[in-house]
Write a protein that binds this ligand. Structure first.
Ligand code: DAT
Ligand code: MG
Length: 151
């Protein structure tokens, strides 16, 4: 089956803190399918493109400096409702307000170092996937688990 896709990235703090496997496992065990993954150090220019919606905010330049400060694990995950539910797994933007059980709630403390990014809707998902990945990096394959996850 073909489901929606979302862009998920582990920011430099999550990579440096050794949280890659912990974070991937939460998406994987839920039943979502990984369709693209790569480790990249974005340029500051690229970070500004990624966060273009926030360019008027006071924290914009610090945010772009941070995102481009080290390796980012960029991923695309696929599944029914993955855009909205992925945000739920991630938790509120400010980890002080994220529920326990969410990625930010369990693993982060302050908003400026909240370890993970997830697309906030279908349009941004499409935009971010095409910013970070070329079409040939998106891998279409059928998962044997699918019939047990979706029935
Ligand atoms: P989200 O990452 O939950 O989609 P967002 O798109 O509003 O949140 O903001 C993008 C990132 O910018 C966020 O993950 C952390 C940073 N940020 C947001 N609000 C901030 C603030 N008030 N101070 C510092 N950084 C902030
Ligand atoms: Mg956002």
């Amino acid at each position: 089956a073909e489901f929606e896709r979302t862009f998920i990235a582990i920011k430099p703090d999550g990579v440096q803190r050794g949280l890659i496997a912990e974070i991937i496992s939460r998406f994987e065990r839920k039943g979502y399918k990984l369709v693209a993954i790569k480790l990249v150090i974005p340029t500051n220019d690229f970070a500004q493109k990624h966060y273009h919606d926030l360019k008027e905010r006071p924290f914009f330049s610090g945010l772009c400096d941070f995102l481009s400060s080290g390796p980012v694990l960029a991923m695309v995950w696929e599944g029914e409702g993955v855009i909205k539910y992925g945000r739920k797994l991630i938790g509120a933007t400010d980890p002080q307000k994220s529920e326990p059980g969410t990625i930010r709630g369990d693993l982060a403390v302050v908003v400026g170092r909240n370890i993970i990014h997830g697309s906030d809707g279908p349009e941004t998902a499409e935009e971010e996937i095409s910013l970070w990945f070329s079409p040939n990096e998106l891998i279409s394959y059928s998962s044997n688990a699918e019939k047990w996850i979706y029935g």
